[in-house]
Ligand binder design. Sequence first.
Ligand code: ZN
Length: 362
Amino acid sequence: MKLHGIHHISSIVGHAQRNVDFYAGLLGMRLVKKTLNFDDSSTYHFYYGNENGSTNILTTFPWNDAESGQIGGGQVGITSLAISPDSLDFWKQRLNDFKIEYHTEERFNVQRLAFEDMDGLLYELVASNEEPKSNWEFNGVDSNHAIKGIDSAYIHSRVPHATLSMLQDVFNYKIIDESFDAYLLAVDGGLGSRLELNKTTKDPSRQGVGTVHHIALGISNGDEEAWLEKLIAAGYRPTEIKERKYFRSIYFREKGGILIELATVGPGVLVDESEEELGKELLIPPHFEAIKDEIVDTLMPIEVREVKELIGYGYRDKYEFDLLRKKEKIKREILELKTKEDPTRTDLAKIEVLKKELLAVK
Ligand code: ZN
């Protein structure tokens, strides 16, 4: 039974449009799937990957009004994203341009550019020669500099020795390097094959905005039952096999507190959209189809767009979004009338009416 390394990492974030602007607009990743949380029809589930979603994927659940979490033991702490070795300077400049603070550091002989997203999730861009390169080009990130996928993850365990045994005994990870405070582990090569594990116990994490919800490791199609049996035999209490449309999954919490998902590599994100169409439409999971209209009416609209800065998120939901758009429309009309060369008496009267309308929009 082959383990395919990191399949995806799923995090809880805040504002949905700000999330799209950060991951698609700034980081230049492709939004390859716009769907809903399988267990909560009022929450989006975004998938970000390469041009065809063929490498591993970052996914986010935007929970705008939820409380911030705390990064700590029982969680992925840092997600490292692979870029070409000669792209580090490009990314320093780009983070500067977007006014995102960063610092550089080196662990296990790998140069890293570390930064946080707008919700406090920790990321690093790391130099990697792994193939394939991403061919997605968007908003100033061309394929030479595009993020290829998830290189590795730094995990914080509440019981590091138990997490280490699990990774070695159940999943066949090998220690390939070690520092005073962490192990570097790997399974058979490729993007996402490495994990770093802290050696010292961290204070427990608290789930919330700005934290990773779970990490998924890839398994071969058809191996689900065998993995389920293996987990039970090793003393874990996994969920049943769940149908996630793009893969089939099993979840379990390991003894160090980390929620791990095993996800089949197939069928993948091209199962319901062509490569050309990926991420364009909102895909409603079949069990929510009956309430589709209601969902669309209440979801905050989002768009993948070319942004130069991360500003303008003064709305928390669809209702506030609509009000803001209404205000902007009235303001535009007022400005048009005001800047007319020869405003008529009717124009001036109209301005007064519009001003009152503007005040009335609450
Ligand atoms: Zn997952």
